[in-house]
Design a protein around this ligand. Structure first.
Ligand code: ATP
Length: 382
């Protein structure tokens, strides 16, 4: 068993104005893989540490397997934590590192040998068993850290950015390894990351946090297609969703000299101003699209060719819509784009023909995929 329930869990550090974790309620089912994601400082690690019992809860309740564990010491929680710093004992071999976790818990020797052996086989650590951590690569060390958590056979794993010290390729490889392991073991896992791609690929459900508050929890599909607010819309998805303020007039959405028909699924009042969200993948080169699809005539400013996808970036003559904290400038990679005051849109296109900066093209929009938000509250409009 390993269900975890959070009831209005709050953490207020002394002397800080806002709560680091603010009344978070969340239910994690036995066997579920849940990812907590959000920008730096949103409270992910603090929440995880409270679940582990290494940080006090200011108010609220934590239930593990339906029993109140709010004030239980960490070792009574039957939970194993895996950190980004591997915290392996440097003088011990791989096998000794795994054994030690069980020795501490006074597991009899015969059972220890059996469990360590099984985990080493599962994580392909057998051939490394006599090496010390200093003789391992980053990925191998991460596997040992995982192994140390696994031999305990806990009711739940808590993982705090466990892959962030690995290079990009290895991180992706370890991600699928983790997913496979979860599939096999079926142990409840709460995984913290600031990387939305990691969250979307790993999580059966994803909980998005901002400033200590839960914004939305749902499947990756739900967060991507039905974000509850502008923050979730802008935080989830790569490239980032295109946002622009539009006026609803005479059945059209008007922005930056463009007018496209209000799609059937939108219930918008004439005369209203709304924020329109257009996923980069909702664009297509007009010549490849259905004749009926509305189009935008645009002039490309930047073209990024990724091989199997092409990102065409073009300005829209309307002010940029900023969503504070949602876009990581470093991750976006293009600080230049964020300096511009105009809205810069990205279309993710199939590279059917060469495109270059300065090209004037017509792009069709799949308006059935448009999302709408209230400009004041940022909430999605149904
Ligand atoms: P990151 O991804 O950067 O680790 P995070 O989302 O995990 O960020 P936390 O580490 O949980 O965020 O921090 C949440 C907030 O609580 C931050 O504003 C942080 O400065 C504050 N905080 C964390 N630990 C303490 C502490 N011991 N005392 C005071 N404030 C703290």
């Amino acid at each position: 068993m390993g269900s975890i329930q959070l009831r209005e869990v709050t953490k207020a550090f002394p002397k800080s104005k806002a709560a680091a974790v603010d009344q978070i309620s969340l239910e994690i089912a036995d066997g579920e893989f849940l990812v907590l994601v959000g920008p730096s400082g949103c409270g992910k690690s603090t929440l995880l540490r409270m679940i582990a019992g290494i940080e006090d809860v200011s108010s609220g309740q934590i239930l593990i397997d339906d029993a109140d564990a709010t004030n239980a010491p960490p070792k009574e929680r039957d939970i194993a934590m895996v950190f980004q710093s591997y915290a392996l004992y440097p003088q011990m071999t791989v096998a000794e590192n795994l054994h030690f976790a069980l020795k501490l818990r006074k597991v009899p020797k015969a059972e220890r040998i059996e469990r360590v052996d099984e985990v080493m086989r599962m994580l392909r650590l057998k051939e490394l068993e006599s090496r010390t951590p200093g003789q391992l690569s980053g990925g191998q060390r991460q596997r040992v850290a995982m192994g140390r958590a696994m031999v305990r056979e806990p009711a739940a794993f808590l993982m705090d950015e466990p892959l962030s010290n690995l290079d990009a390729k290895l991180r992706i490889a370890m991600r699928s390894e983790l997913a496979r392991l979860h599939e096999r073991l079926g142990v409840t896992t709460i995984y913290v990351t600031h990387d939305q791609t990691e969250a979307m690929t790993l999580g059966q459900r994803v909980a998005v946090l901002r400033d200590g508050r839960l914004q939305q929890v749902g499947t990756p599909q739900e967060l991507f297609h039905e974000p509850r607010n502008l923050f979730v819309a802008a935080f989830i998805g790569s490239p980032t969703i295109n946002l622009v303020e539009a006026e609803v007039r005479g059945g059209s959405l008007r922005f930056g000299g463009h007018a496209i028909p209000v799609p059937a699924h939108a219930r918008l009042t004439d005369g209203a101003t709304v924020v329109v969200g257009i996923r980069p993948s909702a664009f297509e080169l007009a010549e490849l699209a259905d004749d009926a699809a509305p189009r935008l005539a645009v002039r490309l400013e930047v073209v990024e060719n990724l091989g199997d996808e092409l990102h065409a970036i073009f300005p829209v003559d309307a002010p940029r819509v900023d969503v504070e904290g949602a876009v990581d400038v470093e991750q976006a990679g293009d600080e230049q784009l964020l300096v511009d005051e105009r809205a810069l849109f990205t279309a993710a296109l199939a590279p059917r023909r060469p495109l270059a900066p300065g090209d004037e093209v017509e792009l069709a929009i799949d308006t059935s995929r448009l999302q709408f938000f209230d400009p004041e509250s940022g909430l999605a409009l149904a």
